[in-house]
Write a protein that binds this ligand. Sequence first.
Ligand code: DX5
Ligand code: ZN
Length: 224
Amino acid sequence: MEIAASLLGANLLNLEEDVRLAEKWGLRIIHFDQMDGHFVPNIAFGPAFVSAIRPITRCILDVHLMLSDPLRYLDAYASAGADNITVHAEIEGDLPAVLNAIHARGIRTCVSLNPETGAEVLRPLLPYCDMVLIMLVQPGFGGQKIREDCVEKVAVVREMIEKTGRRIPIEVDGGIKRDNAERILRAGADILVMGTGLYGEPDPETVIREMKEACDAHFDRTRR
Ligand code: DX5
Ligand code: ZN
């Protein structure tokens, strides 16, 4: 299990400190939400934001593009230093071509599903994906409440992936807190993206430790 720190929930007046905090907590993935005001009703933050952070961390930079036309910006995010790029299954256009274009830039690919999008949409895209991202809230804003139907979808996607025989990690994003993490992990998630569940908490280190313990206990139980 990995936790990715979502900078949308961080202190925008002191991002450097919040990136260093994530490293101190032992996290290895920094999640960047990029919004165009068209695919989602919010705007954030642009490739310059990613390139500003690239030199201060060795964490994986996980870029979540909530953009109607991601292809147009791939070069900018590639030169900004993205390690993973997520695009949404709901965009118009040729998704396999977009995913091939991401790979052609030496970047890992991921496809995300909005809450209303069914798991089946992923099936033909899996051959092009290094990872998948299941949204547990409507994309666009941090601090929302998790949708239980989306947690069920994680289990469906897990099964679909198992059948491919490939190891494709499932990332989940939105509304994840200490008290709901266990059932999300049980549904089959591998990477939990957390914004306010970390940066909005008084003691994020304890949150992370307790989540790791819950995860270890779960896998211990399933192994026995
Ligand atoms: C929402 C973003 C999330 C957001 C999660 O559109 O994709 O990454 O930062 O924030 P929390 O963890 O606060 O729900
Ligand atoms: Zn995100």
